[in-house]
Design a protein around this ligand. Structure first.
Ligand SMILES: *Cc1c(COP(=O)(O)O)cnc(C)c1O
Length: 405
């Protein structure tokens, strides 16, 4: 990392956000200076911005295996999820009953818009089914299929979980839905749309909308070395959806607001780099992750690993350390220059146990000792060695001072 303030820090919280890659930063600079135009302007400065945005759209469409017109640039994961869920709901309001299916381990950026709809529109026939996951953190596909009713309009299942890194069987769900939708089409009934929150996977593993058979897909730049405040939503052609932002008609009328050209430039460059280094980086990171996990387990007694270790992002470790509060460990590590997460960034600040850990059946008391380590592009072997050295001492000290059950 080039930022001097971070020189000595060991950052193991890449699932919360990533630093901007230095190459991305360099690539963006001209879009603040000479190429600052409004991409809608007809003059040459505007047209240069327009060209960048369309080049980025083409590149990302190519990565996803879709058409450029199916990509809408947004402000990130939260907006993309809100647009997908509320947008589909609003486009189907005329139906008598509207049923949404999602899982118990979704990010709050999916759970909250779903909750908003159900709480505010239950009088007009909105309801939701939360499908459970097994103890390994994989969604119960059979339960999804059983939950589908003739009123189902939307299924939203995340690609990989942000807390425990487990990768969900989207393809299996997508294939089943395709069969149901063929039948529905014959009977002239509304389609069931399939949305995925792919914020943890796009830029990290291959994401192909035809393979996964999804209709909507959310991604966010700051989870793969682009700046914060930029992302995209894939919307399959023909999808019945309403925009959230009305105005100048940008992004094929789906997302009005002057286009975030510099952000999209960053997203484009970060996606290019991601594609180039993905396989190599995943091997490197997996090796470091495994070394860190082995080190932790062999040196600290009473550690439980949360979630499936096979169907999982290669950079994720989520553990519960018995007899400690995660916040105490997190703060002690921070004072040693090591930054980790106590579970998920969104539920930190509250001392409530994580909804994901509770969903996979972790005891609420044990869940209070959860820690998440997420490795990334700038993680080194020396850093991993340092954590293996420091963490056992920290845990030992805390266990001695404040023994809890
Ligand atoms: C970070 C994250 C989000 C939110 O994305 P923003 O770009 O920060 O709004 C949504 N879903 C998942 C799975 C995430 O990890």
């Amino acid at each position: 990392m080039t930022i001097s303030i971070n020189m000595k820090k060991i950052y193991l919280d890449y699932a919360a956000t990533t630093p901007v890659d230095p190459e991305v930063k360099k690539f963006i600079q001209p879009y603040f200076d000479e190429i600052f135009g409004n991409s809608q302007s007809l003059h040459s400065i505007g047209q240069e911005s327009y060209r960048l945005v369309e080049t980025a759209r083409n590149f990302i469409a190519n990565m996803l295996n879709c058409q450029p017109e199916e990509i809408i640039f947004t402000s990130g994961g939260t907006e993309s999820n809100n647009t997908a869920i509320k947008g589909i709901y609003f486009a189907h309001r005329n139906l008598r009953i509207k049923h949404i299916i999602t899982s118990t381990i979704e990010h709050h950026a999916v759970l909250e818009p779903v909750k908003f709809i159900v709480e505010n529109f239950k009088d007009e026939g909105a309801y939701v089914t939360y499908v459970p996951v097994n103890s390994k953190g994989i969604v119960d596909v059979e339960k999804i299929f059983e939950s589908i009713s003739e009123n189902t309009i939307l299924i939203s299942i995340m690609h990989a979980n942000n807390e425990i890194g487990t990768i969900q069987p989207l393809k299996e769900i997508g294939e089943h839905l395709q069969k149901i939708n063929k039948q529905r089409e014959k009977e002239n009934k509304p389609k069931i749309y399939f949305h995925t929150d792919a914020v943890q996977t796009f830029g990290h593993i291959k994401v192909d909308v035809e393979e996964l058979k999804v209709d909507l897909l959310s991604a966010s730049g700051h989870k793969f070395y682009a700046p914060k405040g930029v992302g995209f939503l894939y919307i399959r052609k023909g999808t019945k959806i309403e925009p959230l932002l009305h105005g100048g008609g940008h992004e094929f009328n789906m997302r009005s607001s002057t286009v975030n050209v510099s952000g999209i430039a960053g997203l484009y460059k970060a996606a290019q780099i991601a594609q180039d280094v993905m396989n190599e980086e995943n091997e490197r990171i997996k090796r470091l992750r495994d070394k860190l996990l082995d080190g932790i387990i062999s040196k600290i007694p009473d550690v439980v690993v949360n979630g499936d270790l096979n169907n999982r992002l290669v950079n994720n470790i989520n553990i519960c350390i018995r007899g400690v509060e995660s916040e105490a460990v997190l703060l002690a590590l921070d004072s040693e220059g090591i930054c980790v997460s106590s579970g998920s960034a969104c539920s930190s600040g509250s001392l409530e146990p994580s909804h994901v850990l509770l969903a996979i059946g972790v005891d609420p008391v044990v869940a209070r000792g959860s820690l998440r380590f997420t490795l990334g592009r700038f993680t080194t072997e020396e850093e991993v060695d340092k954590v293996i050295e420091v963490l056992p001492k920290v845990v030992d000290k805390i266990r001695k001072i404040s023994p809890i059950a």
